[in-house]
Design a binder for this molecule. Structure first.
Ligand SMILES: CC(=O)SCCNC(=O)CCNC(=O)[C@H](O)C(C)(C)COP(=O)(O)OP(=O)(O)OC[C@H]1O[C@@H](n2cnc3c(N)ncnc32)[C@H](O)[C@@H]1OP(=O)(O)O
Ligand SMILES: O=C(O)CCC(=O)C(=O)O
Ligand SMILES: [Zn+2]
Length: 428
């Protein structure tokens, strides 16, 4: 049994933890799995610009690019230079910042776009074209034969310019498997750096992702990038399944912003991967910067960080029910898989409500150094519950109650103590 821990401060983040051995990790690691050596292609400045609210000035793009670079993301993907003159200039500006992250831009499978991309000085080009029957018929109108020969022409050109190149099939999960494997094989043969799988409409589930990536892994030698939309809530799980199956790169955006309801969020992916390989994630990425990056982006696109956001949601590390609170105060690992201190976040134990328990209240009494007994803690807990049945209490309300109980105890007989403490209206 784990020994009890120091429980002194409900907001303290300085606690020693047991090493966490996840029961879900395979006993014998799969050599094809990349959960311990993945790379992040951060696409806030490409996919994120496709979010309905997004308008990024050059200055804002530079600020976001620098913040993501400081966090340690491997790549930054930028909007196509074909989109507008400013987009073209922004590719140049960000390529010239001298960041550690490699700079990519994202283009159609077209020579004109590829040439523009090269002009901007990016490190690499992410080329994409739809292969599903929907997109072949209603988007670009090209058949697989045309797509394959155009892909070979564009990839060859980009490689000749000494740049990194990735070829991706849009709407991969609604594309024909034979078509997919044949085109990936063809581009792998001519030395593409990565192939990409895209769940453009967010229809895939983790099992389908695992199967497709595993199959592809046995067909190509190059790296495999994956891009998941979140329409049906699987974007993080799909990214994880892809890495387990052998994908090497995952696309993210800050807060998941993108077309419709977006893609795999950077913070959510890091939370998931931290659980799988804490050392890799902590050493590679500066997790303490997640909140700052999210605030910059939330502010830029005029949204608030969701209350239940991974890591940074306002209640992500708040424990409420009495049973949870007691155990958390003894050992945070009981109800936390993420250590808030690793993310520069604080843990809170909420006590001003009807679900509270005397152990949590006792912890607060100790913090306030009121020197009450366990019996006192139990009695005052009952009073908190009584008041909180009418409305929740703030921590300040609870503190007033505890201090009043403490002074009443010093001056009154035991039985009158609880009658002398405030009623909820006085706590307002
Ligand atoms: C799933 C994704 O998110 S993919 C990335 C999406 N990103 C963007 O669209 C970037 C922003 N886009 C733009 O600024 C514009 O759409 C541009 C500059 C790319 C093209 O603009 P326009 O020339 O006015 O064409 P429009 O947007 O109406 O239609 C897209 C054109 O690209 C073609 N096209 C679409 N996808 C591809 C592709 N992957 N490869 C090659 N051509 C393509 C279409 O056939 C169509 O060509 P058309 O002019 O012969 O009809
Ligand atoms: O280039 C890619 O792989 C992904 C393009 C995209 O945004 C999508 O298909 O949703
Ligand atoms: Zn997308």
């Amino acid at each position: 049994m784990a020994p009890p821990r120091d429980t002194s401060d409900t907001t303290s983040t300085e606690r020693v933890r047991e090493p966490i051995v996840s029961p879900y990790m395979p006993k014998y690691p799969d050599p094809m799995s990349n959960v311990s050596k993945f790379k992040i292609i951060e696409s806030t400045l490409r996919e994120g610009e496709q979010f309905a609210n997004a308008f990024f000035s050059t200055e804002k793009k530079v600020e976001i690019a620098k913040a993501l670079d400081e966090m340690g993301v491997d790549y930054l993907e930028l909007t196509s230079p074909a989109a507008s003159e400013q987009s073209y200039n922004d590719c140049k500006t960000i390529s010239n910042l001298g960041l550690n992250a490699k700079i990519l831009t994202h283009t159609r499978c077209h020579m004109d776009d590829a040439k523009l991309a090269i002009e901007t000085g990016v490190d690499g080009v992410d080329v994409v074209i739809g292969t599903s029957s929907y997109l072949r018929e209603f988007s670009h109108g090209k058949d697989m034969e045309y797509i394959t020969s155009k892909a070979i022409e564009v990839i060859t050109y980009i490689k000749e310019q000494g740049k990194e190149v990735r070829f991706s099939t849009e709407d991969s999960f609604r594309s024909d498997l034979v078509d997919l494997l044949s085109i990936y094989k063809a581009v792998d043969k001519i030395g593409v750096n990565r192939v990409g799988i895209a769940d453009t409409v967010g229809c895939a589930n983790p099992r389908q992702v695992y199967e497709l990536v595993r199959t592809l892994r046995s067909v190509v030698n190059c790296d495999i990038e994956c891009h998941f939309h979140n329409d049906t809530g699987c974007a993080i799980a799909n990214a994880y399944a892809a890495l387990e199956a052998g994908a090497t790169h995952i696309d993210t955006s800050v807060l998941g912003i993108g077309e419709r309801n977006g893609i795999t969020p950077l913070g959510g992916l890091l939370a998931r991967m931290y659980t799988a390989d804490k050392a890799y994630v902590k050493n590679k990425y500066d997790l303490t910067k997640i909140r700052d990056v999210e605030n910059i982006v939330a502010d830029a696109v005029d949204v608030t960080v969701p209350f239940n956001n991974y890591i940074t949601g306002y209640c992500a590390f708040t424990h409420k029910a009495g049973i949870h609170a007691k155990a958390i105060l003894n050992n945070p690992s009981t109800y936390e898989i993420l250590d808030p201190t690793d993310f520069n976040q604080s843990r809170y134990v909420s006590i001003g409500h009807r679900l509270t328990g005397w152990n949590a209240v006792k912890n607060r009494i100790e913090q306030l150094k009121l020197g009450l007994t366990d019996e006192d803690a139990k009695q005052v807990t009952q009073k908190i519950k009584e008041l909180a049945d009418i409305r929740p209490l703030s921590l300040e309300n609870v503190d007033v109650l505890l201090r009043q109980y403490h002074s009443a105890k010093e001056t009154s007989s035991h039985l009158s103590i609880l009658q002398s403490v405030v009623n909820p209206d006085q706590l307002a």
